[in-house]
Design a binder for this molecule. Structure first.
Ligand code: XMP
Length: 327
């Protein structure tokens, strides 16, 4: 029967057999799946693995530190962080349409990862190391079922502005989580000694805070939302509700302002929306009935501590008809 120690031993042997002395690359997102996949591969082949983390500036507070410090400390993984915050802000300037935002973020993300990859490949060639031939993916069993089950190679297209890459670079995929469900992945992550903040992390969308700003994305708006989001997460954790709620998007209505009063003065600030949801699989969801005193504490803290926000509102829509995210 199922036992995380056995699964780890099995996967380590498989990865070693698959990779031999080859070099492997893995993109870390800060999420559970890529972190556990990377930790497993590292356990199997050590420094033949290099991980790439893209800081696109749409991350939550502490997320980069958790990967760069906590994850690296727990695993000893070799990590390259690519800081492309400016590049993303420029690419997203003036864009408020949700689908356009998603497309730009996806496109810039892939370009950034490919460029980092190309750099590493050039470095390896310069030092006569084996080329990077393998790519780790944190694919889970439900993803396999959903996409019809095919496996094989990923064809990462090189970019004409990258330089030095073969036209059709073929990577062989390593997918050590392909037979596993989410709770099993968490169990393996815990067994491998990964930090609880990573192993128990709630779902967070790839496009990050970029799709939680209704309106265009600016540095100031991101900083404001990051601050409000950190307060909400801290209060939900302190109330012991992390496990009970599926996730709680915090949304900045950057294109909306309302009148308020603070001290002797009138304010004209932005609302923050709380979207706590309960769900089994994110396909359907209900809004979570959070305790009123917790909501009051969150509201007081956000309006007092976050400059530019003078109102906190609660989203009481189930999915359907609402989606979990606002964009
Ligand atoms: P919706 O808003 O469609 O979200 O009800 C369902 C779940 O998916 C997450 N989500 C994403 N996850 N990349 C991701 O990795 C994305 O682009 C993305 N968009 C939404 C969302 O947080 C929720 O858990």
């Amino acid at each position: 029967d199922w036992n995380s120690g056995n699964v780890i031993a099995e996967q380590v042997a498989r990865i070693q057999a698959q990779v031999g002395t080859g070099k492997v690359i893995c993109g870390l997102s800060g999420g559970v799946d890529s972190a556990v996949a990377a930790a497993l591969v590292h356990k199997a082949i050590g420094d033949q693995l290099v991980c790439v983390f893209v800081d696109h500036g749409l991350l939550r507070q502490d997320e980069r530190r958790q990967v760069e410090e906590d994850f690296v400390k727990a695993t000893g993984v070799r990590l390259v962080t690519v800081d492309v915050r400016e590049r993303f802000l420029t690419a997203l300037e003036g864009v408020s349409d949700p689908e356009t935002k998603r497309k730009i973020i996806g496109r810039e993300f892939i370009r950034t990862f490919e460029q980092a990859q190309a750099e590493l490949i050039k470095e390896a060639a310069a030092t006569n190391e084996d080329p990077i031939r393998f790519l780790v993916q944190g694919t889970l069993y439900p993803d396999v079922v959903e996409s019809g089950g095919g496996s094989g190679t990923a064809n990462i297209k090189s970019h004409h502005n990258v330089g030095g890459l073969p036209e059709d670079l073929q990577f062989e995929l390593i997918e050590p989580l392909r037979t596993l469900f989410k709770d099993e992945v968490r169990a393996i992550g815990a067994e491998l000694g990964l930090p609880a903040e990573i192993v128990q992390r709630q779902p967070f969308p790839g496009p990050g805070l970029g799709i939680r700003i209704v309106g265009s994305i600016t540095q100031d708006r991101l900083d404001l939302l990051r601050h409000a989001d950190a307060i909400v997460r801290a209060e939900l954790s302190a109330a012991g509700l992390d496990r009970e709620i599926w996730q709680c998007p915090v949304v900045l209505l950057a294109d909306v302002r309302s009148v308020g009063v603070q001290g002797d003065g009138r304010t004209y600030g932005h609302p923050i929306v709380l979207r706590p949801v309960s769900s089994e699989d994110a396909m359907t969801a209900d809004w979570t009935r959070l305790p009123y005193d917790l909501l009051a504490r969150i509201s007081n803290r956000i309006t007092n501590e976050v400059d530019g926000v003078n109102r906190v509102v609660l989203d009481v829509t189930s999915k359907p008809p609402g989606t979990i995210e606002w964009e």
